[in-house]
Design a protein around this ligand. Structure first.
Ligand code: FAD
Length: 549
């Protein structure tokens, strides 16, 4: 296999033109190119408005040993040994007494369940929310009327928090194990576009993602797994056992509440994957009562900011995106004079600000876009890190959660349950906006013009204002007076960590904290990869409980 890097192509170009370029670089006749795989594609915007795609490709050619290249091409061309790709561990010997239970069908729980089901472990996935089709209807109704379903909403339900998202699939997690690649391959195997396998900023969009999670569920069912919707983990039962020279609590059963009927049941199991996400506050409270060790952790809070998408396109590309370029994005960071880090997060080109609340009388916002990213506005979170020192009660593991709740209550009260929005100029002057400027917010859920600044403690509001002004130096127009701020962006990551041992189990044996809610991931990709990691730990530890049907 021959790898070629730094292969630059004009925009647009055809697949044929790419092949012609490869053949030319390798100095081989076209018929000797047996296959060509794109491994990576990124956009080079350094010479605006002339943009180029930069590729890394792998070519399979006839008589590879005869291919030669010039000295100056050494950095660009290399010969590769085929990679073994992602490898699952061998199953352990200890028999699993019962079927593994996974709480949560977000990326962490879904990928954990997918691997376990594929390997014959027949997992039972509990999901407090609805299946994705019913969930979409419930969420649409919430956005239209404000009627919140506490169990099935933007945070809860099939596919987890990311179902109503931009579906960005990049991660900063190093991928030596090949898990990340495997996640993308599983996504493409269930309906995601193949570009996600090589784009350096892969993105699916909420419309495609909801289809993909449904397809993955069907596969899990076909392998003998089960997915129980409107089924919430509400308790755990443990017993003390003597292990490794001390008594430790060991899981024996889980308590489940069927949220549509109110029916409770106990299910015996010695394996529970806790993949409940960052918003399962009642579940964190239950776990604290049950004595599961948890720690408060830092996260970030702030506002969501909107600009017209063409302002961002011009700043990043030096021109309109047009038909052949994706809507432009950005990632900005700044340090305030007082030393606070302010940064943009979860940027959604051509997207919508969504009312992402999951508790009564509390309001949180987030961002979402469709696959085409063709909305009029760009939005992203502008957030400031807050640590246990900001929460007030440093010793309480759930203090960060209480801090989030306080901000969300203020946001809810400020605009009577609608999304409070404000022009940036009015935010700086600390008075309510009366109306929008030269463009309007693009939201899912109703909004009202208010003084968003009132939601935040003084120091955080100052940091947000200073951060946005500093971003303007990097992306001109960012601090324009009509930029729209909405709040509160409070669900950026989990407020707790549930520590786990080297074998990925918590202080209570048999419980595997997993994904973002447990503090081991941030975003769809890393949550899915953590789900795979936990599945591997279970597979290594135990043999499947039952025969594959
Ligand atoms: P979650 O996805 O939160 O899943 C947890 C699941 O557990 C939920 O379905 C919940 O209903 C269920 N659950 C909770 N408690 C219980 C219980 N007691 N019993 C049973 N089930 C329970 N990330 C990106 O990488 N790219 C993006 O573009 C992006 N955009 C986003 C947009 C929005 C609007 C939101 C809300 C998030 C976005 N994120 C994005 C973040 C991403 O969704 C999360 O990082 C990711 O989903 C975390 O995965 P998880 O499986 O750990 O948890």
């Amino acid at each position: 296999m021959i790898q070629i890097q730094q292969l630059k192509m004009k925009i647009p170009h055809s697949e044929e033109e790419l092949k012609e370029k490869v053949v030319k670089i390798l100095r081989i006749p076209p018929k000797d190119l047996l296959s060509l795989t794109i491994k990576r594609r990124s956009l080079d915007a350094r010479k605006k408005p002339e943009l180029r795609y930069v590729y890394t490709v792998e070519a399979e050619v006839r008589r590879e040993e005869e291919v030669t290249f010039r000295k100056e091409q050494k950095a660009q061309i290399s010969f590769l040994d085929p990679s073994p790709g992602y490898q699952l561990p061998k199953s352990g010997d200890a028999p699993m007494k019962s079927r593994p239970v996974i709480a949560g069908s977000g990326p962490a729980g879904l990928f954990c369940g997918y691997l376990l089901a594929q390997q014959g472990y027949r997992p039972i996935i509990l999901e407090r929310g609805e299946d994705v089709d019913a969930r979409i209807k419930t969420v649409d109704l919430f956005w239209e009327t404000g009627k919140l379903d506490r169990e099935s909403n933007v945070q809860f339900g099939e596919g987890g928090a990311g179902t109503f998202s931009d579906g960005k699939l990049n991660t900063s997690v190093k991928d030596k194990s090949g898990r990340g690649r495997n996640v993308l391959e599983i996504f493409t195997g269930h309906g995601a576009p193949k570009e996600i396998l090589y784009d350096n900023k892969p993105h699916i969009g909420t419309d495609v993602l909801s289809h993909v999670v449904k397809q993955m569920r069907q596969k899990i069912l076909s392998w003998g797994g089960e997915v129980w919707f409107s089924a919430k983990l509400t308790g755990i039962r443990t017993e003390k056992t003597w292990q490794e020279g001390r008594t430790s609590p060991v899981l024996t059963a889980v308590e489940i509440q069927h949220t549509k009927t109110g029916k409770q049941e106990m299910l015996e199991t010695d394996t529970l994957v806790l993949a409940v996400g960052h918003s399962a506050r009642d579940t964190f409270e239950m776990l604290q009562e049950e004595g599961i060790v948890m720690e408060a952790k830092s996260f970030a809070v702030g506002v969501r900011v909107e600009h017209p998408q063409n302002l961002i396109d011009h700043a990043q590309y030096g021109r309109e995106a047009g038909d052949y370029l994706p809507a432009a994005d950005y990632k900005l960071t700044a340090q305030t004079e007082k030393g606070r880090g302010v940064y943009t997060f979860c940027m959604c080109p051509g997207g919508y600000v969504v009312n992402a609340s999951s508790e009564e009388n509390r309001l949180a916002v987030n961002g979402m876009s469709y696959h085409k990213r063709d909305g009029q506005n760009a939005n992203s979170a502008v957030i400031v890190t807050v640590s246990p020192k900001d929460f007030g009660e440093e010793s309480n593991p759930l203090a960060g959660m209480a801090f989030q709740r306080k901000l969300e209550e203020r946001a809810f009260a400020l605009a009577e349950g609608k999304i409070p929005v404000q022009r940036f100029e009015d935010f700086c002057n600390n008075h309510s906006s009366e109306e929008g400027g030269h463009f309007l917010p693009q939201t899912k859920g109703q909004y009202r013009w208010r003084n968003v600044r009132e939601i935040f403690p003084k120091e955080l509001a100052e940091a947000l204002e200073e951060g946005i002004r500093r971003f303007d130096k990097k992306l001109p127009g960012f601090a324009e007076k009509d930029a729209v701020l909405s709040a509160v962006e409070s669900r950026t990551s989990s407020p707790v960590r549930i520590p786990r041992d080297v074998d990925l189990q918590s202080s209570t044996r048999g419980i595997y904290p997993c994904g973002e809610g447990a503090g081991f991931a941030g975003g769809i990709m890393s949550a899915a990869m953590d789900g795979m990691k936990v599945a591997e730990a279970i597979i290594k530890n135990k043999a499947p409980a039952g025969e594959r049907p």
